[in-house]
Design a binder for this molecule. Structure first.
Ligand code: ADP
Length: 803
């Protein structure tokens, strides 16, 4: 198969990761790989010269045998640098001028996914919208012998792709009748294989949970709002922010949840109150009355009222200024949202989607539908492209028809939950929602090491408690703090800025309750704690387990108890995600990008980067996938002499294949506990000694920097989601115990549980049941969903082909 990839429509972060993955996967599957510059426009323009490019001679100093010599043919065609510098031209005489369909090899796309936008260019093509344009596009593809096309773009681009495929037989016939192609070409190109990948910052495509570029856009939005926070508070100002999203309020909603905005406007759910200005002003006045010094309102680009009258940021500003007398400024984030370094998620998922896209192309037959590669429940999934595009258009149609309930129902359940979550955590109610007899005292505690999102989760729980009428009690400094009576009530305003704060606002330590279980029980009684929320890592799970087992002796533990996993190691069993692991992954990616840059500048340096993670290789493995590391060492697999011998051989082989004078800097990621003997220092020395003169080695230890500074948007939004679900769980289980005498209370085993994420679905696992899935000695789960990704890291550096 000869396969080409193009990016079309609006650019988004992660498009380069798609191109890189499609090219790499194509080569690994024995395909010839091409890129099309400037989207469909490049297809229409084609190549001025029909000459097929050939791989330049490889000047290698290899003295080792390569397992798959045919791989070398696809190593590079020399145009990677030209594509990368964005000009398509260079002073060295080589040029891409007049060439829009370009053969590329493995090394031409290396390191691409650290860059934002799309390096192969994108354009809006009027020509491709016409049958004549598509006829020329078909001719240009056939001329180069290409029979498969991967398109990364929004719903317009994917509509175009599907149309192109459905017209293909007619286009072929026309080209034959015009004598522009031969019978042989007709026979060979009877069917065009097409696959779509969704590149869109708005997250506006149906049938996929997350579009490529949306997570990075969220990072940009949160960074902008975080920066505005300080100036807003300093001047006691109001800010109205306009974010992108014509028919989709996802960016606005998630921005609101993760920044703690006061009010948001999204197209799918316009304000119900009429006039909405009154409602907005009432809420903001209430917030100001208790002493809030900043006001943030976020308006989606496509926001409107219930009669479809657009709501513009400038108008909102006027309302806030005129009615409330607030010093109000408007900030339109605009194209800032598109740009910048892709976040970890926008490297990992587009890579996995790109790999699947190639499989979908290889499996395509004239009878199978064109697929769109999307994400569902944290996994890559294929869905029929036409159906997804139609459903997306249905949302816009429903909004146009003012059927907002339908528009909301076409969004995924998480969207609806997030909207409810936003309201519950952002709006101060006048009176508590629950009657006095249902109100309880909820103890909130952090345990273990700090992790991003802990504070966001605590804030959400506190706000929910206050809304309902419960009393949120901070238990500062874990179980030690409890024994020291470090217990106090938290207020609505007091937690206002906690979403953006890293570390642990409550203070945390690793002490388990069995330090003095009897004393812990009496403190529960003394402070009249009726429910417990513990946010933390493996220790938090262990603590709740100890309290659950202690119920045999101590009635005060017969209360609902919840553990929200929060640890950068992501080592809590049975959950795919712990709060803090995304922040940490992004800190790792950022550090490795800089390290890789330094290593590349020195031309031939290998950096052995040590990460935290305890006995769990999650951060190391996912980090390796997100930065394109050459090798990853995890505690699960360990390190021995045979492994190291192979690794040295592999590095030598790879450096031997680099263009002379243009060696890449390479990164090796080693989890701190991968081996007691083969430490980072030892491995670095071995690489240095064995690698000379081909390559040199250095080490870097990331240590506590991995806890990250400001929590990532994903950790904040999940923090809110987990906290609200946990509070609902607590209320449910408290109901069964309500009114019972202290000694008569019996909380069942299901009332002490961990909130887990399994295939994107929130599931409650009682701590008693979780023990069977936990490796208590190594403090990690027995099964790990990411276990196979180490192999993927090796696949993406072609290790099986070269070694
Ligand atoms: P997006 O893909 O981000 O939704 P557009 O709607 O602008 O962006 O589409 C990008 C390109 O895809 C267009 O410039 C055009 O070349 C092509 N395209 C879009 N819709 C169609 C269509 N109905 N028929 C043919 N080509 C289309």
């Amino acid at each position: 198969m000869k396969l080409a990839v193009l990016t079309s429509g609006g650019d988004s972060a992660g498009m380069n990761a798609v191109v890189r993955a499609v090219v790499k996967a194509g080569i690994l599957k024995g395909c010839e790989t091409w890129i099309v510059r400037e989207g469909y426009e490049g297809l229409v323009r084609g190549n001025a010269d029909a000459e097929a490019p050939s791989s330049p001679e490889l000047e290698t100093i290899l003295d080792v045998e390569i397992r798959d010599p045919s791989f070398i043919k696809n190593l590079r065609f020399g145009d990677g640098g030209l594509l990368r510098d964005g000009t398509g031209d260079n002073s060295g005489g080589r040029s891409l001028k007049g060439r829009y369909i370009v053969r590329v090899g493995w090394d031409d796309v290396r390191g691409w996914f650290a860059e934002g936008g799309t390096l192969i260019g994108t354009a809006r093509s009027q020509a491709f919208r016409t049958p004549e344009g598509r006829l020329i596009a078909a001719y240009n593809l056939i001329k180069e012998g290409i029979d498969a096309l991967a398109v990364c773009g929004g719903d317009g681009s994917l509509t175009g792709a599907d149309l192109f495929r459905s017209e293909w037989p007619t286009l072929i016939q026309t080209l034959r009748s015009q004598d522009r192609i031969t019978d042989e070409q007709v026979a060979r190109h009877g069917h065009l294989r097409i696959v779509g990948l969704v590149g869109s910052i708005d997250n506006d495509m149906s049938m996929t949970d997350l579009t490529i570029g949306a997570p990075t856009a969220m990072h940009r939005i949160c960074e902008a709002i975080d920066n505005i926070h300080s100036t807003a508070i300093s001047h006691s100002r109001a800010f109205v922010l306009e974010v992108m999203g014509r028919h989709c309020g996802w960016l606005t909603l998630m921005g609101g949840v993760s920044s703690g905005a006061d009010f948001i406007f999204i197209p799918e759910r316009p304000p119900k109150a009429d006039p909405w200005e009154d409602e907005m002003c009432q809420i903001i006045t209430r917030h100001r009355a208790i002493g809030k010094r900043k006001t943030i309102v976020i308006v989606a680009e496509g926001a409107h009222d219930a009669n479809l009258k657009p709501i513009r940021a400038d108008y909102v500003k006027d309302v806030l200024t005129d009615r409330l007398g607030l010093d109000t400024r408007v900030t339109t984030l605009g194209h800032i949202q598109r740009g910048g370094r892709p976040c970890a998620w926008d490297r990992i998922w587009p890579t996995l989607q790109g790999l699947d896209a190639v499989d979908a192309l290889l499996e395509a037959t004239p009878d199978t539908p064109s697929y769109m590669i999307g994400m569902q429940e944290n996994r890559v999934r294929r869905v029929p492209l036409v159906q997804a595009v139609k459903m997306t258009k249905d949302v816009a149609e429903a909004i146009k028809n003012r059927d907002f309930d339908k528009a909301m129902s076409l969004r995924d359940p998480e969207f609806r939950e997030s909207l409810e979550g936003f309201i519950a955590t952002s709006t101060l109610e006048g009176n508590p929602l629950l009657p006095p007899e249902k109100r309880i005292r909820v103890g909130i505690m952090h345990t273990g090491a700090p992790a991003g999102g802990m504070n966001a989760a605590t804030r959400a729980a506190v706000r929910y408690c206050i809304r309902q009428g419960h009393k949120p009690l901070a238990i500062s400094n874990g179980f030690k703090g409890l024994l020291d009576d470090n217990v106090y009530e938290l207020s609505w305003l007091g937690v206002d800025n906690w979403t953006v704060r890293g570390g642990s606002e409550l203070g945390t330590n690793r002490t388990l309750p069995d330090i003095d279980l009897g004393a812990v029980a009496s403190k529960f009684q003394e402070h009249h704690i009726q429910a417990l929320l513990v946010i933390g890592g493996f220790e938090a799970f262990h603590s709740v387990l100890i309290l659950h087992e202690g119920r045999k002796y101590y009635p005060s533990f017969h209360i609902p108890m919840v553990h929200i996993p929060a640890t950068i190691s992501n080592n809590v069993p049975m959950t795919e995600l712990s709060l803090g692991s995304d922040t940490s992954l992004n800190a790792l990616v950022e550090a490795c990008d800089s390290i890789k840059q330094s290593a590349s500048a020195s031309r031939n340096r290998v950096f052995v980067v040590e990460t935290q993670g305890g006995m769990c290789g999650y951060i190391a493995t996912m980090g390796a996938l997100a930065v394109g590391a050459s090798i990853v060492y995890t505690p699960e697999v360990g390190i021995n002499l045979d492994i190291l011998r192979d690794d040295v051989k592999w590095l030598k082989t790879r450096y031997g294949l680099d263009e002379r004078g243009k060696s890449e800097g390479r990164v090796v990621i080693r989890n701190e506990k991968a081996s007691n003997i083969y430490t980072t220092e030892v491995i670095t020395k071995i690489f240095k000694e064995e690698g000379a003169p081909l390559f040199d080695a250095r080490s870097a230890s990331l240590g506590h920097t991995l806890q990250g500074g400001i929590p990532s948007p994903l950790d904040r939004t999940y923090g809110v989601r987990f906290a609200l679900k946990s509070m609902a769980f607590i209320e449910r289980h408290h109901e069964a115990l309500r009114g019972l005498k202290f000694k008569a209370r019996h909380a069942g085993p299901e009332s002490a549980a961990v909130i887990t994420l399994q295939s994107s679905t929130v599931k409650w696992v009682p701590v008693g049941e979780m023990v069977a899935h936990a490796d208590m000695k190594n403090r990690r789960g027995k099964e790990q969903w990411w276990g196979g990704y180490k192999e993927l890291v090796e696949k993406l550096v072609a290790r099986p082909q070269l070694l």
